[in-house]
Design a protein around this ligand. Structure first.
Ligand code: HEM
Length: 632
């Protein structure tokens, strides 16, 4: 329904067409957030008001930023019979067995780009060389460590990957910059495009991973992958005697997802295989009569929920380190009334008071669940990766601030793929985990994209090295354009954000502004999304841009609320009482590390979260109740 009464000069002119589509109530709600946006205020609000702003924003995004791509099959099935996570993600949505399964279309948060510029305008290698490539390493202070950056790759490999075409493309760097490019040209596979039944999009792209938060990164994305990793004894997954992943005869790890792996990522896979196996042991003690299949299914449910919980109330809280987001993320899991209330009374109120987890019915806002093309783009965060890994001596007895002395620095490239796996098995799980805990990650900022990734041997789906190295920085720019993801300003408009009018609205950094002008002239509409997200002035405490965050605000909730196993079936009948208790008692990654390495964090970790740099100070005690905390 259109409502034009409010289309006054108050609204940014470029947002008027979007607002004209809204209902009266939503128009009023839009007015509220737009007013706050004009003053740049929401993140300076006291917690309570900040939460109200985010609540309104999320509501509007749920109404106007979820677009389904592809058909619906409408094939019903018996949800009681499938009270477990299937190998390929089928049978989760209660009235359509295929929704959210492997090989379904990526959805959209906005219509595909209407940009008039070509795929090579400006040239992706020019963008990579002038704006992305690392000049000096910028880090996140003590906020985010290498476990945190590996964690997000661990999650990406649980959720998303694009099906590629067999057809290849070659990109050649323009002569004027080719001498400074590690690769003068590189070849890669196009993204596969298939026709859809969607009115606004003729072709779409397929997700080769299961988009549900189902731990497919360790369990696999289909039956073949699932069989590869299982022992078929007591529900357990394969793991080596040294606690790391097992490998096949070629040296490729045996895990749910092995593409573009590196040691930090495979270490987290191994940690959660250990977690899965520990859940199997626990379940077997309490339910000795059940078989391998029963134990596997229940341990998978529990371990996937532990992963989702850690991401929600530990990792994200460290990424967006403000009181408002701490409150918001806890509300998503436990609800406004908090953990103690939910432990005592269960999920008896609605999503706000009792949280998304445990809702009686999944909520998909009438758009079938998928992850989206835009979600992939905002997670392009390879600049989190450093140039080298700093190995620590955990045998040392000297440990100032629980920080072991440095042993050696190893180029990051040596930790990738099979070579990385060999190195990791020599180093061992404990030394690698402590070293990564003490090393800060790179910052998501311009001119901080790892140079070694501009000449990268990427992997096939099966973990084999590809013959042609790629320039990842340039490729990422190309990918967004190829997939018709809106450029930065169009993206912001579609998210009801105020677009930039000049480079100075984006950043205060004069060197960056000069480089932006060199690449894009004065045309802010041309600015690539990836560049804009990396250039944007950050909210204090946020390690990512506000623009990327608004996509997370929508999708982070959706991953929980649309999933039957976090809503209808998040109960003791499906998880078992002991299984649910396991999830409930695990609050963060430190709890998991402590379970498997009881002495490690006591000896080597000073801070509160395993995702911040381990020698940093713990969170200070704050006596003001969270919701009543004042503006930062
Ligand atoms: C050593 C570590 C890593 C390596 C070697 C690596 C390598 C790659 C490669 C080769 C691709 C496919 C490029 C293409 O053909 O389009 C890719 C995609 C991607 N990577 Fe990474 N990556 C690493 C870590 C990370 C991290 C830390 C993140 C953080 C969020 C990340 C996020 C993504 C995303 C979002 C995609 C796009 C997936 C898609 O197109 O569906 N990666 N990565």
């Amino acid at each position: 329904m259109g409502f034009s009464l409010f289309s006054s000069t108050f609204i940014h002119p470029q947002l008027k067409p979007l607002v004209a589509q809204m209902t009266l109530l939503d128009t009023l709600l839009f007015y509220v957030i737009h007013f706050v946006d004009k003053l740049g205020l929401w993140h300076r609000f006291p917690v309570f008001l900040g939460l109200a702003y985010l609540g309104i924003r999320r509501h509007l995004h749920q109404r106007y930023n979820l677009l389904h791509v592809g058909g619906v099959n409408g094939h019903k099935y018996d949800t009681q019979e499938f009270a477990y996570r299937t190998a390929d993600g089928t049978c989760n949505h209660s009235s359509d067995d295929l929704i959210g399964s492997q090989g379904t279309f990526f959805g959209r948060n906005m219509p595909p780009s209407t940009s008039k510029y070509g795929l090579l305008d400006p040239h992706p290698t020019l963008v990579a060389s002038k704006l992305l490539e690392r000049k000096d390493f910028k880090d996140t202070g003590k906020q985010f460590n290498m476990i945190a950056s590996s964690w997000i790759q661990f999650m990406i490999h649980d959720w998303i990957d694009h099906l590629e075409d067999t057809e290849q493309v070659e990109i050649r760097a323009p002569d004027e910059i080719s001498s400074g490019c590690p690769l003068k040209s590189f070849k890669f596979h196009k993204t596969k495009k298939l026709s859809t039944c969607s009115p606004y999009l003729k072709t779409g792209t397929l997700n080769t991973r299961t988009p549900w938060w189902d731990g497919s990164v360790i369990y696999g994305n289909d039956k073949v992958g699932m069989r590869r990793v299982r022992t078929f004894k007591d529900g357990k997954l394969k793991i080596s005697a040294d606690g790391l992943l097992e490998h096949d005869e070629k040296g490729i790890p045996l895990s749910g997802d092995v593409r573009n792996c590196w040691a930090g990522f495979s270490l987290l896979q191994a940690l959660f295989v250990k977690e899965h196996n520990a859940v199997c042991d626990m379940l077997k003690v309490h339910c000795p009569n059940f078989d391998d299949e029963w134990l596997y299914r229940h341990a998978r449910l529990v371990t996937s929920a532990v992963i989702a919980k850690i991401h929600t109330i530990d990792w994200t809280v460290e990424l967006l380190k403000t009181d408002t987001l701490l409150a918001g993320m806890r509300i998503n899991w436990y609800g406004f009334l908090g953990k103690r209330f939910k432990d005592m009374f269960g999920h008896i109120c609605g999503p706000i008071l009792s949280g998304l987890v445990g809702l009686r019915k999944p909520r998909d806002h009438e758009v079938p669940y998928s992850l989206t093309e835009e979600f992939v783009s905002v997670y392009r965060m390879h600049s989190l990766l450093p140039d080298k890994i700093v190995l620590r001596d955990i045998k040392s007895s000297s440990s100032e601030n629980k920080c072991p002395p440095i042993l050696e620095e190893v180029p990051m490239g040596e930790f990738v793929g099979k070579e990385g796996e060999r190195k990791l098995s020599k180093i061992g799980m404990e030394q690698m985990l402590v070293s990564m805990g003490h090393q800060v990650s790179g910052a998501v900022a311009l001119r901080n994209y790892p140079s070694w990734m501009r000449n990268l041997v990427a992997h096939d789906v099966n973990g084999e090295d590809r013959p042609d190295p790629i320039d990842m920085a340039a490729l990422e720019v190309y990918r967004d354009r190829e997939r018709r993801v809106a450029p930065y300003n169009e993206f912001r408009r579609n998210l009801l954000m105020i677009p930039i009018g000049k480079w100075e609205d984006l950043t205060d950094d004069e060197i960056v502004i000069e480089a932006l002008r060199e690449v894009y002239g004065d045309d802010v509409e041309k600015l690539d999304l990836l560049v804009g997200l990396h250039a944007e002035k950050k909210i204090k405490g946020f390690a990512i841009s506000e623009t990327a965050f608004f996509i997370f605000l929508l999708i982070a909730s959706r991953r929980l609320e649309a999933d039957r196993f976090f809503t209808t079936n998040f109960n003791s009948k499906t998880y078992t009482e002991k299984g649910l208790e396991w999830v409930n008692k695990t609050e963060n990654l430190k709890d998991v590390i402590d379970r498997h390495f009881p002495e490690m964090t006591k000896k080597w970790m000073r801070c509160s979260s395993a995702f911040s740099v381990w020698d940093s100070m713990p969170h200070p005690i704050n006596y003001i109740p969270l919701y009543l905390r004042p503006a930062p």
